[in-house]
Ligand binder design. Structure first.
Ligand SMILES: [Zn+2]
Length: 326
């Protein structure tokens, strides 16, 4: 494990921005140069291997579908792990039904960093896994719970690693990490039956909680990761999408495919519905256009990679530590 923080200087980027400003201001009064201290941003390293360990820790619990033993064990793990790093960890307990009508006790896990800061961003992922492998080629497996290495564990793994980094190097902005339950117990075509955790979080949002924006991550562990510009995100929050792809481009992260993606109903939609400007980072093509691992018993850790988790983690750390000023 390599935890040595590295200093990454955004000076070059800011210098380039300054050049572009200068070009526009050639005819006007000379502007004072930005102070170097303001232009330097220290972005800590994202440990991809540590993140991948967080992925397998979750899958080692087995499927984490609501009501299962794995669900209970994973919830305890998430609370324990986040309590090591966050200034505050709370849970939101609520009940919800899957699309077949079965009721469950569901739990969102809310963790906060730099509580003093009023300027905040929200990072989210779902931690539950689908109770049914109903896209499996083998129909005999359609009632088998999925392991959810990518669809569930990958987003949470990146969030846990970010939490660990936030403890080591306090962020210059307030950060809230919320792990949603009950995302994946819906029925195709029935939007009401999906994303129960984010809907509950949005419904109970405190009036004073107004993060600058939110980034939801889902299915970002695929070995063949290619995250496009998700359609709803592009429509609702184009400036944040542009910022994310700009950072990914500057970091040469090929896992971000700067192209238009399809529209995905995910946990960012309920957030947008209550005025939280939310982006979804998702590669729905798992592993490719055949989509043959999504909601199947094939969604296992060997289909995922540390490098993919690392690409997303690096971008999110840049967003946090540059205070999203890029
Ligand atoms: Zn799913």
């Amino acid at each position: 494990m390599n935890n040595r923080p590295w200093l990454h200087c955004l000076l070059l980027l800011l210098a380039l921005a300054a050049v572009s400003c200068t070009k526009q201001q050639e005819q006007s009064e000379p502007q004072p140069s930005p102070r170097i201290e303001e232009a330097l941003v220290s972005v800590p390293e994202f440990d991809s291997q540590s993140a991948f360990k967080y992925l397998t820790t979750q899958t080692d619990f087995g499927p984490r579908n609501p009501g299962s033993q794995g669900h209970r064990a994973c919830l305890t793990f998430l609370q324990t792990e986040l309590s090591k790093y966050a200034e505050a960890v709370t849970v939101q307990n609520f009940s919800g039904a899957d699309y077949k009508g079965k009721q469950y006790q569901l739990t969102n896990v809310v963790s906060s960093f730099n509580l003093q800061a009023t300027d905040r961003i929200l990072l989210t992922a779902h931690w539950d896994t689908r109770p049914w492998a109903d896209e499996d080629a083998n129909t005999a497996k359609h009632n088998t719970p999925v392991l959810g290495a990518n669809d569930g564990a990958s987003g949470v793994a990146v969030m846990l690693e970010i939490a660990r980094v936030l403890k080591q190097q306090p962020p210059p902005i307030g950060v809230d990490i919320v792990l949603f339950d009950g995302e994946d117990i819906g029925k195709s075509g029935s939007l009401d039956t999906w994303c129960l955790g984010s809907k509950h979080f949005a419904r109970t949002k405190a009036t004073g909680f107004n993060p600058r924006f939110a980034i939801n991550i889902d299915m970002i562990g695929d070995k063949m990761l290619a995250i496009p510009r998700e359609e709803y995100s592009e429509q609702n929050v184009p400036d944040v999408v542009n910022m994310i792809f700009s950072i990914a481009g500057k970091l040469n992260l090929h896992q971000f495919a700067d192209k238009r993606g399809s529209a995905v109903y995910d946990d960012h939609i309920p957030l947008n519905d209550v005025g939280i400007r939310a982006v979804d980072l998702i590669d729905f093509n798992y592993p490719d256009e055949t989509n043959r691992y999504w909601h199947t018993t094939e969604d296992t850790p060997d289909k995922c990679s540390a490098e993919s988790l690392g690409a997303v983690g690096k971008v999110l750390l840049y967003v946090i530590y540059s205070k999203a000023q890029m």
